[in-house]
Design a protein around this ligand. Sequence first.
Ligand code: CU
Length: 137
Amino acid sequence: MERAYRAVFLIALLLGILLLMPLDRVTADDRLIEIIADHDNQFKVPGQKKAVITLKAGEPVLLRITARRGGEWRKDGTVHSFTIVGLEDEGWDLLLKEGTQEFSLKAPSEPGEYKAQCTVKCGIGHNEMRMKVIVTP
Ligand SMILES: [Cu+2]
């Protein structure tokens, strides 16, 4: 009898864990987007002259961001952020530590041109540290 209880408990636990996982993490086939938040306090996209990324509205994406410390950083080790003002609640407010980090996100549902910016005082150039995010229908 006790064994049956344990089995039920384990199955419930497993289901609970699966339910808690965001669905796009389970499927893990999100499009990979690479961005550099560089030590000169500029966003860069590897292989591109201009820092601009294009997403499809609502698509799940995996952002791989490499951050390099500029002249200033936060005490907690945050060196830059990648923030779309107004979409923070949808996850578009990524605090970046030194090194490479990955973030699973959903592209904004509303097509248009967005501006991503750094909200962490990172030194000279911080006020111009932004890049374009184009969202197509
Ligand atoms: Cu900054």
